[in-house]
Design a protein around this ligand. Structure first.
Ligand code: ADP
Ligand code: MG
Length: 344
């Protein structure tokens, strides 16, 4: 569906994207993950035909974005980092406006009504965009991307600036849209990408440094196959039971993290999967396991290993941003300034 080969982008003397190549198949939901300034928006702007490329090629459903821009762009719905909403229009007026701009052929009212229902903005469809919360505005931006029913959705930081409830709602919407669309979304927040995407493309300083499932990235880079279990029972009893399991190399108690139980770090002999035997033995001895998980690397740790960076706090912010009214007003002003940049 999307073929990117040897893509580079230069802004003046600054090379923002360097020799990026990847293929995305129909129906995939892929996350671009990387710190601010990594090049995520630049790649997305090139995929949507909004920016020209310096080198390489981009094909959308077989159409080259440079030589066949109209046909390539028709297949893409784009939610830019700052959606260019017209604040003095109602939601419906705005979506009709986008419909005309995109020269869509479907029956107008039925098509827009369907999108309004899909992204759950029926209750605000006759309200002015300027009076909507940031969460609803983001839904309107996604609705605009869906006008014309494109196969591919490109969503640039779709949950930035939303409150936790809105974040969950937008994530659910993206998951729902993922059933019928090929989606690329970007985020500098690891948990965001992990929550919605199966495949992760990690970008750092303009380079693609990893491209795999979150699971595989974790597995391949991890040399630690130990388990962490939360178990109810006397500490010395539990340790004795765990030590009696074949292929358990060592056990250590991590303390009482939840009242009435303790967490244990269990290390197996090399290459052994001890999960089944551990749970079986504990059950036989009447010990209750509240949780059992692999102590695999988190995406944070993967990122650090891939980049060799020592302090990731420079790169990743807290998973949730609070929305404040003043931010909304500023965003609204910013999107006004950007109206001339509109690209659907
Ligand atoms: P991300 O979306 O991952 O935060 P961007 O694609 O916005 O990253 O930016 C990548 C790099 O390109 C950054 O160093 C940024 O400062 C630079 N950059 C982005 N847009 C422009 C521009 N219009 N002119 C010059 N440099 C730019
Ligand atoms: Mg960006």
């Amino acid at each position: 569906m999307i073929k990117v080969s040897g893509l580079s982008k230069r802004y003046g003397t600054h090379l923002a994207v360097k020799d990026a190549s990847f293929h995305i198949s129909k129906g995939e939901v892929v996350g671009f993950l990387g710190p601010n300034g990594a090049g995520k928006s630049t790649i997305m702007n090139i995929l949507t035909g909004y920016l020209s490329l310096t080198q390489g090629s981009v094909e959308i459903d077989g159409y080259n974005i440079m030589s066949d821009p109209e046909l390539a762009k028709k297949r893409i719905g784009y939610l830019p980092e700052i959606p260019p909403l017209y604040l003095d229009m109602t939601v419906r007026e705005y979506l009709y406006f986008i419909y005309n701009l995109k020269k869509v052929r479907f029956p107008k009212k039925a098509h827009i009504d369907e999108i309004i229902k899909l992204v759950r903005i029926t209750e605000v469809s006759e309200r002015l965009i300027k009076n909507l919360s940031k969460g609803f505005r983001q839904r309107v931006g996604i609705a605009a991307a869906l006008v014309g029913n494109p196969d591919v959705l490109i969503l640039d930081e779709p949950t930035v600036g939303l409150d936790p409830k809105q974040i969950i709602e937008i994530r659910d919407l993206i998951t729902k849209l993922g059933k019928n669309h090929t989606i690329i979304l970007s985020s500098h927040i690891l948990s965001e990408v992990q929550a919605v995407c199966k495949r992760v493309i990690i970008i750092n300083r303009g380079h693609i440094i990893a491209d795999d499932t979150a699971e595989n990235l974790s597995k391949n880079l991890s040399d630690d196959h130990s388990l962490v279990a939360r178990i109810i029972g006397r500490e010395d009893d539990v340790i004795a039971v765990l030590n009696s399991v074949k292929d358990v190399k060592s056990v250590s108690c991590l303390g009482e993290l939840e009242t009435g139980s303790r967490d244990y770090h269990i290390e197996p002999s090399e290459g052994c999967d001890i999960r089944a035997e551990v749970s079986k033995r504990l059950a036989e001895r009447g010990k209750v396991i509240l949780s059992l998980r692999s102590n695999e690397l988190t995406l944070e740790q993967i990122f650090l290993r891939l980049t060799g960076e020592d302090d990731m706090r420079r790169y990743f912010e807290a998973p949730v941003n609070k929305t404040e009214e003043s931010d909304v007003a500023e965003d609204a002003a910013a999107s006004d300034d950007n109206e001339d940049k509109e690209e659907i």
